[in-house]
Structure formats: structure tokens, C-alpha cells
Write a protein that binds this ligand. Structure first.
Ligand SMILES: NC(=O)c1ccc[n+]([C@@H]2O[C@H](COP(=O)([O-])OP(=O)(O)OC[C@H]3O[C@@H](n4cnc5c(N)ncnc54)[C@H](OP(=O)(O)O)[C@@H]3O)[C@@H](O)[C@H]2O)c1
Length: 283
């Protein structure tokens, strides 16, 4: 695998920033140079010399996807564009690495395996599920199904830390459980699968460690940052969003089974260790 034959789409997102650290010689395209919502832009792009596409672009505004313009954008970027990229990959014998989400499931089954039937609750989830189907139409594909992504940028950990810095004791949802996934863990898994030439297919990728709710994670953040005078109060998803319009339904269980990834020889890192390191780096 030659690094300069890797092409990363969605260059300025959380995951892409971590990919840039792993693959500094790769080619990158942001929204401004390759707008994947425009089929004409994708079809006129020069794909020569590319052996691996890592698609880190996505419409990730879960609630925004429930309203008209957002719904159209989510389907264009998360589904239609993936279909077009898959056709290009097939035509040019490119390997497609595509990123999927726990939101393709309704959260009723635990843990989620790679074979679980798709059951999205929200428009975002449905668009991501359609993207998974589209990505599987090209033979050389890795679909990385992840959850609760934390990297450089806007994310839950930074939001909670900012609240703490302002002296806020928040009410936080305690009935959604999962594990944080730090972007460097996703990058490590992608590099492992590509490096091992692992069989193509879907792979769950999250950090390991105990299942936790958003409220549990907030308590850990506050403890690690020494905000011992602040409290975190549990609430339910239903109560948290009560009276608010345009809120997407969310799966309550994001427990991803990691056996398939581990059977390739990959050893996952505990999210609690990564959280400690992340807070020390102070992104
Ligand atoms: N965040 C999570 O908790 C989570 C959980 C599970 C799965 N995932 C999946 O993980 C992947 C990476 O997520 P992330 O957190 O890194 O997302 P992110 O930070 O929101 O990054 C997404 C990137 O996609 C770009 N993008 C949006 N529309 C585009 C377009 N039309 N053309 C080209 N680029 C476009 C965005 O650029 P602009 O900002 O310039 O528009 C942004 O840089 C996504 O596939 C997401 O669905 C995320």
C-alpha cells in the first residue's frame, strides 16, 4: 500500500483529521474541492492513480436530517454519493473504505453484530443504511461501522468539558448506552484491515471497555478534569427532548460486537484510557 495512492474525501472532519496524521502523504479533498452532493463533480473528477478511497465525508447533523433541506442533503451525501463512488471504485479497481454508523440499527438487539438486519429509526440512520448497501455493490469494500465518534472538532466530550468550564452542572441522558470511539482507534483499525489485506466486508470498530451512558461518560470527564464541585443528573432521552421539535429518534443501545475485528488480530483499546489521553491533549 503506497500512501500517495490513498485518497481521503471529507478532509476537514473529525475522522479525516486523524487520517491526516496517519497518512500525511495521502491525497485529501474537502467539501470545497470535491462536493460529493453534486453527481457532476464526482463524475468529472480525475480518479487516476488512486488505489484506495477513504470516504470520511458525511452529512452528520442527525436532527438536521429530519427537516426538508437536511433530508435531501443527507440522502445525497450519505447514500447517493456512496453509490456513485462505488461505481467509480468498481470501474477503476479501487478499494473503498466507507464509514457507517450505529444509527443504522434501532438499538433493540444487543450487541450489534455485522450481520444484524438494518433497522434505522431516523432519516440520518436510513441514509447511512442506504450508504452501506451502496458501498457493498463494489467488490473491494471495507465498511467501518462505528459509534459515538470523538476526535478534533465538535463532539460530546468537548461539549461537556465546555459546560464544566462555565460551571454548569448538566442533566445528561442516561438511557442510551455505548462506548466512545476515538478517531485514532478508527484510523488504527482501517490501517490494520488494509495492511493485513483482511477479507472485504463490514467491520464493527469502536473502542473496547465497559458500556456506559452519556451521563456516566460525563461523570468520568468531570472527574478526570477535577470538576468535583459539579454534579451530573441523569435524565431519559424522552425527557431531555420533551417539547422540542425536529428531534430524530435515537437508538438506546449502541453496543457493537468487536469479535470479527478481533479475529483479524486487532486489539481494541479501552475508551477510558483514550478519554484520559484525549483530555490531557486538550483538543
Ligand atoms: N460523529 C459520530 O458520533 C459518528 C457516529 C457513528 C458514525 N459516524 C460516521 O463517521 C464518519 C465520520 O464522522 P465525523 O464525526 O468525522 O464527521 P464530521 O466531523 O461531521 O465530518 C464530516 C465531513 O464531511 C464533510 N462533508 C459534508 N458534506 C460534504 C459534501 N457534500 N462533500 C464533501 N464533503 C462533505 C464535512 O465538511 P463540511 O463541514 O465542510 O461540510 C466534514 O468535513 C461519518 O461517516 C459519520 O456518519 C459518526
Amino acid at each position: 500500500m503506497q500512501e500517495n495512492e490513498i485518497f481521503i474525501i471529507g478532509a476537514n472532519g473529525q475522522l479525516a483529521r486523524a487520517l491526516r496524521q496517519q497518512y500525511p502523504q495521502a491525497r485529501f479533498a474537502g467539501h470545497d474541492t470535491l462536493d460529493v452532493s453534486d453527481p457532476a463533480v464526482i463524475s468529472s473528477f480525475d480518479w487516476s492513480g488512486i488505489k484506495i478511497i477513504i470516504n470520511a465525508a458525511a452529512y452528520t447533523n442527525v436532527d438536521g436530517a429530519e427537516i426538508n433541506d437536511g433530508r435531501i442533503a443527507a440522502w445525497r451525501i450519505n447514500a447517493s454519493a456512496v453509490g456513485q463512488l462505488s461505481s467509480i471504485c468498481t470501474k477503476h479497481q479501487i478499494t473503498l473504505v466507507h464509514i457507517s454508523s450505529d444509527y443504522v440499527f434501532d438499538g433493540e438487539v444487543t450487541p450489534h453484530t455485522e450481520n444484524e438486519p438494518l433497522s434505522p429509526l431516523s432519516v440520518y440512520g436510513a441514509s447511512k443504511a442506504a450508504g452501506d448497501i451502496a458501498a457493498q455493490t463494489t467488490p473491494q469494500h471495507y465498511i467501518i461501522r462505528t459509534s459515538w465518534v470523538i476526535g478534533q472538532g465538535k463532539n460530546f466530550v468537548n461539549t461537556m468539558r465546555n459546560l464544566a468550564e462555565r460551571g454548569v452542572s448538566p442533566m445528561v441522558v442516561a438511557d442510551q448506552v455505548g462506548r466512545l470511539t476515538f478517531t485514532d482507534e478508527i484510523v488504527r483499525a482501517i490501517d490494520h484491515l488494509l495492511g493485513q489485506s483482511a477479507p472485504y466486508g463490514i467491520y464493527n470498530v469502536t473502542n473496547s471497555g465497559p458500556l456506559a451512558s452519556w451521563a456516566d461518560i460525563t461523570r468520568q470527564i468531570f472527574k478526570l478534569c477535577d470538576y468535583t464541585d459539579l454534579t451530573v443528573t441523569d435524565t431519559t432521552t424522552a425527557d431531555y427532548f420533551a417539547g422540542k421539535d425536529g428531534i430524530a429518534p435515537r437508538p438506546l443501545n449502541s453496543d457493537m460486537d468487536l469479535d470479527k475485528l478481533h479475529n483479524t488480530g486487532f486489539i481494541s483499546r479501552d475508551w477510558q484510557d483514550e478519554l484520559r489521553e484525549y483530555l490531557e491533549k486538550n483538543y
